[in-house]
Design a binder for this molecule. Structure first.
Ligand code: UDP
Ligand code: MG
Length: 343
């Protein structure tokens, strides 16, 4: 048998885009996206992440006009990664592309990504060759984040590759079987393995509106990413603790020797510094543990990642959040069990 996979063609291409307060550009996005994939049998899934402007009405109007456009309204703003997950869970295609709705990712690249899939790649990620119209601060922090993530996580995430990706159904099902709440989808798509390929593109400036990622959200997002892919920050406390304990251990005979040599000066300053330093390290270590414990708490609660308020153009054989529904049934069974034995 030959190793080269046969050429394949998509039966149904799903394009998933999260949308949050994008009234100025949603029509332009849908126009460009549907034109870009017009050659395929496709569904465009727009997830309204609790928009507060006229985006929901615009989305409904689009769905009324075009049956290929599906709209999933979430009950409130759940955040970019949760909205994206909602879209992925609702997609029924055998090939699924995820893209930002702000036209920073050109939809015209999707056919090229599909071509890579046809050649046998299961995960195709788009790498930004250039990022237009972004502040030096965003570029700087992004590059710092990717460097840190590469160092800490055991996942080989391409720097400058965002969530603009295309997945084969196998890879997508693997991705959706990961039920964690803090989601770093671009890392998770790499983690699942399979055959991964890159295509490169120029990242444009946002077509209209402004970024929905505030500095706070970015920081949360980066912490989520690192905490869900690395335990090193937790272990760091152990290493630092070992080193400082080691130094203290060596320090004891030194102090004793100096005392007998008569050259020992009682140092108020050095003592204060040592206390402050160690106190600081301990607080940092506690904070790091807190970050993880908080996330464990979130995971244990097992809340749904998002809640759907309404759906437009849902196909008859449509998928919902299947995996999670199964899990919550299981949780209900466990609860009943507990009731029986406790109450
Ligand atoms: N988005 C979302 N929910 C949010 C924030 C953003 O669905 O809470 C969507 C947004 O409409 C856009 C995409 O996610 O389609 C990327 O967001 P944005 O362009 O603000 O992020 P940036 O490109 O600045 O990182
Ligand atoms: Mg953007």
């Amino acid at each position: 048998m030959s190793n080269a996979p046969a050429q394949r063609t998509p039966t149904l291409l799903s394009v998933v885009a999260p949308v949050y307060n994008e009234e100025e550009l949603i029509d332009a996005f849908v126009g460009r996206a549907t034109a870009a994939v017009a050659d395929f049998n496709f569904e465009l899934i727009l997830v309204n992440d609790g928009s507060a402007d006229s985006t929901p009405e615009k989305l409904d109007a689009i769905a009324d006009r075009d049956p290929r456009v599906r709209v999933v309204h979430l009950s409130r703003n759940f955040g970019h990664q949760a909205a994206l997950t909602a879209g992925l869970e609702h997609a029924i295609g055998d090939v699924v592309a995820m893209i930002d709705a702000d036209l920073q990712d050109p939809p015209e690249l999707i056919p090229e990504m599909v071509a890579r899939w046809c050649d046998g790649a299961d995960v195709v990620y788009a790498v930004r060759r250039q990022r237009e119209g972004e502040t030096a601060f965003k570029l700087g922090t992004a590059s710092l984040f990717y460097k840190l993530f590469r160092k800490l996580a055991q996942v080989d995430l391409e720097p400058n590759s965002g969530d603009f990706r295309l997945l084969d159904r196998k890879a997508l099902d693997a991705l959706l079987s990961m039920t964690e709440r803090s989601r770093f989808l671009r890392g998770m798509t790499v983690w699942v393995g399979f055959t991964q390929t890159a295509v490169s593109y120029e990242r444009d400036a946002r077509a209209a509106g402004e970024t929905k990622y505030t500095l706070r959200k970015m920081l949360r997002f980066s912490l989520d990413a690192i905490a869900s892919f690395s335990h090193l920050p937790l272990q760091l406390a152990t290493y630092v603790g070992l080193i400082s304990a080691g130094i203290a251990f060596i320090g004891i005979p030194v102090v004793v020797a100096l005392h007998f040599a008569g050259s020992y000066l009682p140092g108020f300053g050095s003592l204060t510094i040592a206390i402050l330093l160690l106190g600081g390290i301990q607080l940092i270590a506690l904070g790091v543990i807190g970050e993880y414990v908080g996330r464990i708490y979130d995971e244990v609660k097992h809340r749904p990642l998002y809640i759907v308020r309404d759906e437009r153009n849902r196909p008859t054989n449509g998928r919902g959040p299947l995996v999670r529904a199964g899990l919550s049934l299981q949780a209900a069974a466990v609860e009943e069990h507990v009731h029986e034995h406790v109450g």
